[in-house]
Design a protein around this ligand. Structure first.
Ligand SMILES: N[C@@H](CCC(=O)N[C@@H](CS)C(=O)NCC(=O)O)C(=O)O
Length: 290
């Protein structure tokens, strides 16, 4: 890689041999399947293909909330897609999401399987399917969807911007870290000011807006995303975001959501595949390997 001081973009870009850094080996400038591999299908109508990253946890949390609310039709099978190993480029996964990114959901409850990709679209699809966690009055719905789309547009600056350059990039470039630290702190302040006099993000109730925002911004202020970043960004300053993040963190649904399709960390928190509620008790990696 060229030194950042000296680099002048050529007229035509060509992919580097290797840019180094975490995830560099899975980056390609092309889309589409790279190999044939069908996706497994379990016994429930809802099939989730995912990983316990913040975008994945959003959908896990939604499904666990729906089940906790008594929507038994939200029972699901969750299959791990190991993005570090390139599972997202298999033909079956690309059929479920042509964008080759987790999470992807396939709903087999109708006459034809329905694929849904993009975590925000999945949350909306499930909220509308079960008539839950999305206010139905125009005002509440507009506010909830505004925050849902805020999250979808904002988190790439946090993850792809700040997180990438602070944690994953092979060189630490001050310009990039400054730019995205600035934006991440601005976003935290947006949330903090909004939550200063509200319990939840929208419509005075817990909704898909909270479910979408928590794994990213809650994860950040609870010091779970990028080692060192909570001090670097002084996240304790955002007291209202802290209060809101901790309130969601105490929900048993949130604990379960963080375990589904988790393939690293403490073995007692890793549930590689989820097929029933009992799996949280009986099928975590500590129990499988003992
Ligand atoms: N906007 C998408 C983003 C999904 C996304 O970026 N997923 C990441 C993991 S958090 C992924 O699958 N990365 C694999 C890759 O880029 O090849 C969503 O919200 O669903």
């Amino acid at each position: 890689m060229s030194d950042t001081q000296d680099y002048l973009p050529p007229d035509i870009w060509t992919p580097p041999e290797s840019s180094g850094g975490t995830f560099a080996n899975i980056n390609r400038p092309t889309a589409g399947a790279q190999f044939e591999k069908a996706l497994p299908i379990g016994k429930h109508p809802l099939q989730l293909y995912s990983m316990a990253t913040p975008n994945g946890v959003k959908v896990n949390l939604m499904l666990e909330e729906l089940l906790a609310l008594g929507h038994s039709g939200a029972e699901y099978d969750a299959w791990p897609i190991r993005i570090g190993d390139g599972d997202q480029f298999g033909s079956g996964f690309v059929d479920a999401n042509p964008n080759s990114k987790i999470p992807a959901l396939v709903d087999h409850s109708g006459t034809e399987p329905q694929r849904v990709f993009e975590s925000g679209a999945i949350l909306m699809y499930l909220a509308e399917k079960f008539d839950a966690l999305l206010p139905t009055d125009n005002k509440g719905r507009a506010e909830c969807l505004s925050w849902l789309f805020w999250q979808m547009g904002s988190a790439p600056y946090l993850g792809g911007g700040f997180g990438h350059f602070y944690s994953y990039a092979p060189v630490k470039i001050q310009y990039c870290i400054d730019r995205f630290a600035m934006e991440t702190k601005r976003q935290l302040d947006v949330l903090d000011q909004h939550l200063a006099n509200r319990e939840w993000m929208a419509a005075g109730e817990y909704t898909i807006a909270d479910i979408a925002i928590w794994p990213w911004y809650g994860g950040l202020v609870l010091d779970r995303l990028y080692p060192g970043s909570s001090t670097f960004l002084q996240v304790q300053e955002y007291t209202h975001v802290q209060r809101w993040a901790k309130a969601i963190d105490t929900r048993p649904t949130a604990t379960r959501a963080r375990m589904v399709n988790k393939t690293s960390g403490d073995k007692s928190e890793q549930l590689h595949e989820r097929h029933s509620a009992e799996d949280f008790e009986t099928n975590t990696e500590d129990k499988r390997s003992s």
